[in-house]
Design a protein around this ligand. Structure first.
Ligand code: NAD
Length: 377
């Protein structure tokens, strides 16, 4: 007898734009059953990247074929550089070549790069088309596939061109994580930790005990962590869809992290989640330096990330980021380009303890520089 599959269902409450997040095992093989329920007519276009296509695409295609859903597939290059104007243009052209109609469904099948780019294309094609997220990385399952932020990077910084466009459904199948490279699993784990740090101390304590198992492929623990993360994200998105307030808490570590990514040039030197791990440690260190957070909490955050093998500093380890020559000035310049700048002032996500994140604009740039220098030298 085969094991029964585990399936958890949540919803993002946004009135008529509400949608379900389904989390479980082997959902890919039953994807057609879920997708059929929201199709206007039986035609879809899958957008994926070459790695996901190699490892996971046959499962999705078989499910759609068996379910009688017509589909085309577009395979893009893998990697952060695909989130560009050039690839957006190519994707839009290719989608239109497939004679895409407004009522067709686009399926973003991949990690955050495919989800962000495809979601953005869906938001502008034919003045807005429906799309489904089938996230295949831990990062995209706990974060990027939920909440409707879509976009691309430009020479000026990350995600500076984009839109809010909610998916119609999110299907997170943990069995897709089996083929994800270990370093990518770790990078996604940083975003899981983030939910504990901004609002759920108990979840952080659970991660201290169970994080290693989750990373090593324990399905039930993966499902628990994804469900807890998505529940937190869905609640915040329902309260503040367009990020006029509370949603910005989800950016813990991201202002620092984006600056590090920009300085590295959006390549494999550092993955988004790794940059966020370093950024979260910087945010806690800054909170301590400003007298707002106990030192032992910052030390505990850093110790957990180190125990999991995530980078927490810009120097002193054999992580590739430590070979990049950076200065605090350059990083400060990148931070000034951040989307969270308003009237020339950056909003920071700081913490008063593990599980209590808050937003503030009241941060002395000299303290920020000290934190960057602490990490760099
Ligand atoms: P990614 O999409 O680049 O995927 C990482 C790598 O794993 C790629 O090489 C991909 O081809 C490969 N891959 C994906 N799934 C696989 C699988 N199951 N098996 C084997 N290989 C697989 O990166 P990511 O970490 O998923 O996403 C990062 C992006 O997400 C960044 O651009 C970031 O800005 C964005 N993001 C967006 C939001 C949002 O709210 N929209 C939130 C967080 C991050």
């Amino acid at each position: 007898m085969t094991n029964p599959e585990t399936v958890e269902k949540l919803s993002v409450d946004l009135g008529e734009r509400s949608y379900d997040i389904i989390i479980g095992t082997n959902l890919l093989d039953r994807a057609a059953d879920y997708i059929k329920e929201i199709l206007h007519h039986q035609r879809t276009i899958i957008v994926t990247d070459e790695n996901v296509a190699r490892h996971q695409l046959p499962r999705l295609e078989k499910s759609l074929r068996d379910g009688g859903i017509e589909f085309e597939t577009i395979i893009l290059p893998a990697g952060e550089s695909t989130k560009s104007f050039a690839q957006l243009e190519k994707l839009c052209e290719r989608l239109l070549e497939h004679r895409l109609e407004r009522k067709d469904m686009i399926i973003a099948f991949g990690g955050g790069v495919i989800g962000d780019l495809t979601g953005f294309a869906a938001s502008i094609l034919r003045r807005g088309m429906d799309f489904i997220q089938i996230p295949t990385t831990l990062l995209s399952q706990v974060d990027s596939s939920v909440g409707g932020k879509t976009g691309i990077n430009t020479g000026q910084g990350k995600n500076l061109v984009g839109s809010f466009h909610q998916p119609r459904l999110v299907l997170a199948d943990v069995t897709t994580l089996d083929t994800l490279p270990a370093r990518q699993v770790l990078a996604g784990y940083a975003e899981v930790v983030k939910y504990g740090l901004i609002g759920d101390r108990d979840f952080f304590l659970w991660l201290e005990r169970n994080g290693r198992d989750l990373i090593n492929g324990d399905r039930q623990k993966q499902i628990h962590a994804i469900k807890t993360s998505c529940t937190a994200k869905a609640r915040i998105v329902a309260e503040d869809e367009k990020e006029t307030g509370r949603r910005a808490l989800l950016n813990l570590g991201h202002t620092f992290g984006h600056a590090i990514e920009a300085e590295c040039g959006y390549n494999d030197t550092i993955f988004h989640g790794e940059a966020v791990a370093i950024g979260m440690v910087m945010a806690f260190d800054l909170s301590v330096k400003m007298g707002l957070c106990p030192e032992q909490d910052a030390a505990r955050v850093s110790a957990h990330l180190v125990s999991i093998n995530l980078p927490v500093r810009l120097t002193g380890t054999d992580h590739p980021v430590c070979n990049v020559k950076m200065t605090a000035d350059r990083l400060m310049e990148h931070m000034a380009q951040d989307k969270k700048v308003a009237d020339g002032t950056l909003t920071f996500v700081l913490a008063s303890e593990i599980g209590k994140g808050f937003l503030t604009q009241d941060v002395d740039p000299d303290r920020v520089r000290e934190i960057l220098e602490l990490s760099l030298y």
